[in-house]
Design a protein around this ligand. Structure first.
Ligand code: FCB
Length: 440
């Protein structure tokens, strides 16, 4: 496997999934606090009140990034920790927490990659309609500007939004995520306002002339037709439009996909003059979160139907299909390039067991190794892939699955908050140590 010398290797986390301290130092309520405490929404009734207690243990956790030997650490900021009311007065204790995190990273030579929004919207803003309210794009820009001005001289790269498809569809379309709304047509409005918020924040950032690069992270899931039957091909094309192109096209082409005629009607009322110009302003990079692919057939009405995976699956039930990462990178580069790409998340959940203090997670290690190999293959084919963040540094609160799904390369014992390197962490560490060596 060959990677360029300046390739950025990292690990990633997100605020609500690790921080805990849900009501400390002036933090406001987020939609995930509210949602996770609504009976029946999260497996086992889990919530992020304590999570990995990272708010109090950040020094220890950052020491882990150093021990692994990564170049960069991707984490997200909690909007309600910085702006408890969503807008207006800044909670300086909250902002200072992130300053301390960044100082700690920089003192250890690890570059901070900061995501502004990884799903924990202030509940007060949800009470005003959340992402369905057009004003939210402006609120997001105001929050972003406070953060850019407060942290802009020390952050290495910025990501505005994490996975707007999830915020929009899972949050407002099928209700699996906070705020738990089930309104399929309305979720296209939420998606548009997310993209608009991205565009406004990006525009504001450019005015500040800060040195760090800025981009957005999309969860892209290739949709493979189950056969070459034209009906299956058409269904997979439609699934791709929904899952991938609905976000890629406005960002890179300034338009929603024209073949998605019925969905275009849903977003029509939300799009105002000038929106798409703003949304399609150039980014410095695109972040891609990749986990798996989907196999699609056509149902009786010709609509996409998700087929069961044919090969091995992770504890999430997601198929392990590393070749899809290669196909995806090539496709994004060809259809939307040239732009620098980063894998901002990739990893796997498995049922880990601690045996005599050791976690033999060979399947996670193999998953990572095979995906790294596909990334190297894409680079060889000319794709400007610049970095790769493993999801996740720590086992954490896996949204609707609570603490039941472990994605960490470092094990967390949630009863004691002990951290233990899994075998995959030792493997990643030795992989990183070989850099510059002959075997690289
Ligand atoms: C992604 C999320 C991340 C994590 C992984 C498994 O969709 O961005 O927070 O939950 O999935």
């Amino acid at each position: 496997m060959h990677f360029p010398q300046d390739f950025v290797w990292g690990v990633a986390t997100a605020s609500y999934q690790i921080e805990g301290a849900f009501n400390e130092d002036g933090r406001g309520e987020s939609i995930w606090d509210r949602f996770s405490k609504t009976p029946g929404k999260v497996l086992n009734g889990d919530n992020g009140d304590i999570a990995c207690d990272h708010y109090h243990r950040y020094k220890q956790d950052i020491a882990l990034t150093k021990e692994l030997g990564v170049d960069s650490y991707r984490f997200s900021l909690s909007w309600p920790r910085i702006l408890p009311e969503g807008t207006g007065a800044v909670n300086h204790t909250g902002l200072d927490f992130y300053k301390r995190v960044i100082e700690e990273l920089l003192s250890r030579g690890v570059a901070p990659a900061v995501t502004l929004y990884h799903w924990d919207l202030p509940q007060v803003l949800e009470d005003k309609g959340g992402w369905l309210n057009r004003d939210i794009a402006k609120y997001f820009r105001d929050y972003a500007m406070i953060v850019f001005e407060g942290l802009g001289d020390v952050v290495s790269s910025w990501i505005t939004l994490n996975e707007p498809w999830c915020s929009a569809f899972l949050g407002y379309g099928n209700g699996e995520h906070a705020p738990g709304m089930r309104d399929f047509p309305a979720h296209f409005t939420a998606a548009h306002h997310l993209l608009l918020g991205h565009g406004l924040a990006l525009q504001g950032y450019r005015e500040l002339n800060l040195p760090a690069g800025i981009g957005i992270t999309l969860n892209l899931t290739p949709q493979y037709p189950v056969s070459q039957d034209p009906r299956d091909l058409a269904a997979s094309q439609k699934a791709d439009g929904f899952q991938n192109r609905w976000y890629l096209d406005p960002i890179f082409k300034g338009s929603y996909p024209e073949d998605m005629v019925d969905y275009l009607a849903f977003v029509d009322g939300a799009v105002q003059a000038g929106d798409l110009e703003l949304i399609s302003k150039p980014n410095d990079f695109l972040g891609i979160n990749f986990y798996s692919r989907t196999l699609i057939s056509a149902d009786a009405g010709g609509l996409p139907r998700t087929e069961n995976p044919r090969r091995d699956v992770t504890a999430m039930g997601w198929e392990v299909y590393p070749e899809a990462l290669y196909d995806l990178l090539i496709r994004v580069h060809q259809d939307y390039g040239p732009i620098s790409l980063y894998i901002t998340e990739n990893g796997a959940a498995y049922d880990d067991a601690v045996e005599h203090g050791r976690i033999k997670d060979s399947r996670r290690r193999e998953y990572l190794e095979k995906h790294f190999a596909q990334a190297a293959r894409a680079i060889r084919a000319g794709v400007p892939l610049k970095g790769y963040y493993v999801w996740s540094l720590l086992d954490n609160f896996e949204w609707a699955f609570g603490y039941d799904r472990r994605f960490g390369i470092v094990y967390v014992d949630f009863a004691t908050q002990e951290r233990i390197f899994k075998d995959s962490a030792f493997w990643y560490q030795s992989f990183l140590r070989k850099r510059g060596g002959l075997s690289w």
